[in-house]
Write a protein that binds this ligand. Structure first.
Ligand code: BEZ
Length: 398
């Protein structure tokens, strides 16, 4: 926050907030400004294959703000939710609804990388401070990076690159990858391949399936005929549950071990049952992490929602934490955008995933964990790669 010698409107307002009865003596617009709600726009999927992800992000973000007193910088909060339906074709319209229509102070979401690219394009043009709370589209913190765009989740590259050397280390030198045919799928199997080939592995085939199709049978037959040493995959939400069950039912899990981006086994293990057992993944979180913040967080999320926490809830929680931190720094003055962005850039969040800071392109710098599903839990085997920073290629801010 800038320091000025003369009494500023902002200081006047914060003094007024503590002044109780004296507030009634203030000119009406000043009092209104301080009590006016901070509008937080949320563009997330509440229907379709990614619905559970949207709900966990939303509930945990609100939980973080409620945990800090339910206000942002002392001001009440209004949450404005729009169902993205994980549909890139509707993304520009939906983002405009929140930015131009609702005039939100902050924009958060989405889950789907294609939706993110359309949303961020508009947020950059309008200057709305935006926190991407899931979608990993690499471009968001590369070519499309901007001072008003932050990400509390991951880049697609970050979560999958470390799996390449890990699979080679385990003796799996020939792999097939399989995923949905859209930006997140392409970038995740691409990042895996980059690390895998560098370590001496060979990708025999990349199988792409239209999003959100879950008809896997013909592709599993093809995998069986290709006889790779292992399979690498990205699916999430309802599609991930179906993929794990079909892979197991086809009898492949015993002969061709299944690896993936950790989204495959996060928030899906209850529904997958025994089909999830033994799957090895990389991700920036595991529910079983033993740090005290994670213990408090998982218990609080379970108590609030009745559901187990997962990586999506963590990202929502950290989005809430970031809003609390930045709005505290400006004492609730949403107009102080430069100062809000500076506070966000400098934030060091005590996240359930471990300490989280931002790179110059405003993407998290974070450890990527190696996990294996054992007795229905993602058990941490170790850190696959420490303090992973997205290369941020093409971002002018780095
Ligand atoms: C994505 O589209 O970026 C994405 C969707 C679900 C989980 C992870 C990434």
């Amino acid at each position: 926050m800038t320091t000025r010698k003369t009494p500023t409107r902002r200081r006047f307002l914060s003094a007024a907030a503590g002044a109780g009865a004296a507030a009634s003596l203030l000119p009406a617009p000043f009092v209104l400004a301080q009590t006016a709600k901070v509008k937080v726009g949320i563009l997330l999927p509440y229907t379709g294959t990614y619905a559970s992800l949207g709900h966990n992000i939303t509930d945990a973000m609100i939980m973080a703000i409620e945990g800090a007193g339910g206000t942002l910088g002392g001001r009440p909060v209004e949450y404005v939710k729009v169902d993205s339906e994980a549909d890139p074709a509707k993304a520009a319209n939906n983002a405009n609804k929140l930015i131009a229509g609702e005039k939100v102070d902050f924009l958060t979401g989405p889950v789907h990388s294609g939706v993110a690219m359309a949303m961020v394009k508009i947020a950059r043009e309008e200057g709305t401070i935006t926190i991407v709370s899931n979608a990993g589209a690499d471009a968001v913190t590369r070519q499309m990076c901007a001072p008003n765009v932050f990400r509390t989740s991951f880049s697609n590259w970050q979560t999958c690159y470390p799996m390449g050397p890990e699979m080679v280390k385990r003796g799996h030198k020939k792999a097939v990858s399989i995923t949905w045919n859209y930006a997140a799928g392409h970038e995740m199997i691409g990042a895996f391949k980059e690390g895998y080939v560098k370590a001496g592995g060979q990708v025999a085939k990349e199988i792409l399936i239209p999003f959100p199709n879950i008809e896997f049978q013909a592709h599993l037959t093809e995998i069986a005929s290709l006889k790779p040493d292992a399979v690498f995959t990205f699916f999430s939400g309802g599609g991930a549950v179906k993929f794990m069950k079909d892979y197991d039912a086809a009898g492949l899990k015993k002969s061709i071990p299944l690896f993936g981006a950790g989204f495959l086994t996060d928030g899906t293990l209850q529904a997958a049952g025994p089909a999830g057992e033994g799957i090895i993944t990389t991700l920036h979180y595991a529910e079983s992490l033993a740090n005290p913040t994670n213990k408090r967080f998982t218990a609080a999320f379970k108590a609030k929602t009745g559901r187990p926490a997962d990586v999506f809830a963590v990202q929502g929680y950290d989005t809430g934490q970031l809003l609390v931190h930045a709005m505290k720094a400006v004492k609730g003055d949403v107009k102080a955008k430069k100062e809000i962005m500076a506070a966000m850039r400098a934030a060091k969040l005590d996240s359930p995933r471990g300490t989280m800071t931002f790179s110059k392109s405003q993407n998290p710098i974070q450890d990527i964990y190696l996990r294996e599903v054992k007795n229905g839990d993602n058990v941490v085997l170790g850190v696959a790669q420490k303090a992973v920073e997205d290369p941020g290629r093409g971002c002018g801010m780095t």
